[in-house]
Ligand binder design. Structure first.
Ligand SMILES: NC(=O)C1=CN([C@@H]2O[C@H](COP(=O)(O)OP(=O)(O)OC[C@H]3O[C@@H](n4cnc5c(N)ncnc54)[C@H](OP(=O)(O)O)[C@@H]3O)[C@@H](O)[C@H]2O)C=CC1
Ligand SMILES: O=C(O)C1=N[C@H](C(=O)O)C[C@H](O)C1
Length: 269
């Protein structure tokens, strides 16, 4: 059977390039397209050469319709605006859309839900095995500890990251809230700056550090009286996210329309 053909969006980006490298070496999937925005300097060039390597036989395109029409899956780590536009096109092409992009608002998420009526969407703020295990652990610990244990999620990322809290931090916060039988919307503490109220019991706070080349670090802190429990994930290589995304694209090949996440892909549900 032919290997599923995969298109990578945001081909010149940090995650785009990592995905392309892994796909060019993959025995299970093949790279059939690389997309960038109109006017990008790589458009028209061979993606392998643009990345400073050998020719890959795939030219970077700024015309997504024919590229996506020829693919079985699209892996997309770009920006919310770009991902919403790609979601319409993958829905029309009935291709699997793997979304790693973070920073969506409520309205964006409704649009993705609408697109998922036509084709599978697999979306996660973090595609690594470790973080998806940590989500389950966070839910369990939050359920076991009473609300006198204050929950704070602290995340650190490279200096180029534009959204905060990170998608992963929000997944962890949501899991902690679920453990307490609530939603994150109900428990999320407002960002702190200046003179704030004292911390409200049961709330979940977030803090974000941005600097240098930090790949991604997340601590879920359960702070009690006289003791503190910290659950931590440290990413040192973006390949963990890219491998998860390729696994998701393959997993999605025999799935019907709908919204899925990495817990579905990894069988953690
Ligand atoms: N779920 C997960 O496991 C992970 C998620 N992420 C998320 O993935 C996203 C990308 O991260 P990263 O690769 O570091 O970011 P980069 O900025 O390195 O890459 C983003 C790419 O998307 C392109 N892009 C952005 N906006 C548009 C647009 N409107 N139309 C077309 N192309 C666009 C950029 O093109 P240009 O250069 O021209 O702007 C660039 O090629 C972020 O949201 C990040 O949080 C990252 C790692 C893991
Ligand atoms: O922008 C990043 O780099 C990352 N983004 C994701 C997030 O927002 O959590 C995942 C990972 O931490 C890297």
């Amino acid at each position: 059977m032919e290997k599923p053909g995969i298109v990578v969006t945001g081909a010149s980006g940090r995650m785009g390039q990592m995905l392309i490298r892994l796909l060019l070496d993959s025995d299970e999937a093949r790279l059939v397209g690389a997309l960038e925005r109109p006017g990008h300097g790589w458009v028209g060039r061979d993606i392998g050469e643009a990345m400073g390597g050998r020719p890959a036989g795939v030219a970077v395109s700024d015309d997504p319709v024919p590229v996506i029409a020829a693919a079985q899956a699209v892996i997309d780590f770009t920006s919310p605006v770009a991902t919403l536009a790609y979601a319409e096109l993958t829905a029309q092409a009935r291709a699997v859309h793997v979304i790693g992009t973070t920073g969506f608002d409520e309205e964006d998420l409704h649009q993705l839900t609408a697109a998922a009526r036509h084709a599978p969407i697999i979306r996660a703020g973090n595609m690594s095995l470790g973080v998806n295990l940590l989500v389950g652990l966070t839910r369990k610990v939050a359920a076991a500890l009473g609300e006198e244990w204050d929950i704070e999620v602290v995340e650190a990322h490279h200096r180029h990251k534009v959204d905060a809290p990170s998608g992963t931090a929000l997944m962890l916060g949501e899991a902690a809230a679920e453990g307490r039988g609530a939603t994150l919307g109900e428990l999320r503490s407002p960002a702190r700056d200046g003179i704030t109220e004292a911390r409200s019991t049961g709330s979940i706070g977030f803090a974000a550090i941005r600097g240098g080349d930090i790949v991604g670090e997340h601590d879920v802190i359960f702070a009690g009286q006289g003791e503190r429990l910290v659950l931590r994930h440290v990413a040192t290589d973006r390949a963990i996210f890219a491998r998860g995304a390729i696994r998701a694209a393959l997993w999605g090949q025999d799935k019907g329309p709908g919204e899925y996440d990495m817990h579905d892909v990894l069988g953690l549900n």
